[in-house]
Design a protein around this ligand. Structure first.
Ligand SMILES: NC(=O)c1ccc[n+]([C@@H]2O[C@H](COP(=O)([O-])OP(=O)(O)OC[C@H]3O[C@@H](n4cnc5c(N)ncnc54)[C@H](OP(=O)(O)O)[C@@H]3O)[C@@H](O)[C@H]2O)c1
Length: 235
């Protein structure tokens, strides 16, 4: 919730935002898709969530207002000038196929996915289906070369993705990707969403970013703490 100078709270557009995005297509219907969807709406964009089953998002749509829409994966991909990929890691490739290559060409895709295997955590540590010298984002970038993937939002909980309150300290979002223009756009969005950005380079950087979600989840699984975020100290 954001507030204005008069102390009113509610859905406000941040007029000072440098986020120049008018239409965002979000592939996904889960906690991440819904949280980022609300965040983009609050920052003034139109948002379409993509799913196999639009009926399950009826309540989200009702609560999200008139700039919110729901469609198929292909509808959402066609709608957005910027896209978010927020589906289960095991099906991410399949969802991009359903979205349609022509709807992804040239678009910045903020990739929030993690390669979590269909297997339980071991003593609080998630199991991944990727090895140490590969990453899900690299696979997706190879699958759709004309899309411009940027890894981000993958190593923080959905509740802290948009303008999280850490007592005045900006948390760090690690990003990577092959296209400088797409990373610049992602950086503008992340700055509007209250993040400091740490660019760790090309798509291979996802080999380092994706495992951060394993680390981030350990306090959750072992101590039921889910509200933290990473912060890089610099001097
Ligand atoms: N939850 C978090 O706090 C968090 C934080 C950071 C990153 N992430 C990552 O973000 C991604 C989304 O996480 P989430 O928790 O929001 O949701 P999720 O439960 O991991 O994924 C839900 C989405 O996956 C799609 N899906 C599942 N099985 C499918 C299949 N067989 N075919 C096509 N689509 C399928 C669903 O499509 P339908 O809409 O059609 O059902 C839905 O949109 C994941 O990769 C997760 O690792 C999550």
């Amino acid at each position: 919730m954001v507030g204005d100078a008069a102390g009113n709270t509610g859905i406000l557009i941040h007029v000072e935002d440098t986020m120049q995005v008018s239409k965002v297509g979000i592939l996904g219907s889960g906690a991440v898709a819904q949280a980022l969807g609300k965040g983009f709406l609050r920052h003034g964009a139109g948002v379409m969530l993509g799913t196999r089953d639009a009926a399950k998002l009826a309540d989200w749509k009702k609560g999200a207002g008139e700039r919110a829409a729901v469609g198929s994966f292909a509808d959402a991909a066609a709608f957005g000038e910027v896209l978010v990929l927020a589906v289960k890691g095991t099906v991410a490739g399949k969802v991009l196929e359903a979205a349609g290559a022509s709807n992804l060409t040239g678009k910045t895709i903020l990739d929030a996915t993690n390669p979590i295997a269909d297997a339980p955590p071991v003593n609080g540590v998630l199991q991944y289906f990727t090895g140490p010298n590969e990453s899900l984002m690299e696979k997706l970038q190879k699958q759709v070369p004309p899309a411009r993937f940027v890894k981000c939002f993958s190593s923080v909980g959905s509740a802290s993705m948009v303008n999280p309150d850490f007592g005045g300290v900006k948390p760090t979002m690690f990003i990577c990707g092959n296209d400088p223009g797409a990373k610049k756009r992602a950086g503008e969005i992340l700055a509007a969403f209250g993040w400091d950005i740490e660019d760790v380079g090309m798509a291979e950087g996802a080999r380092a970013i994706e495992p951060l979600a394993m680390l981030w989840c350990v306090p959750g699984f072992l101590q039921n703490r889910w509200t933290h975020a990473f912060h890089v100290l610099k001097r």
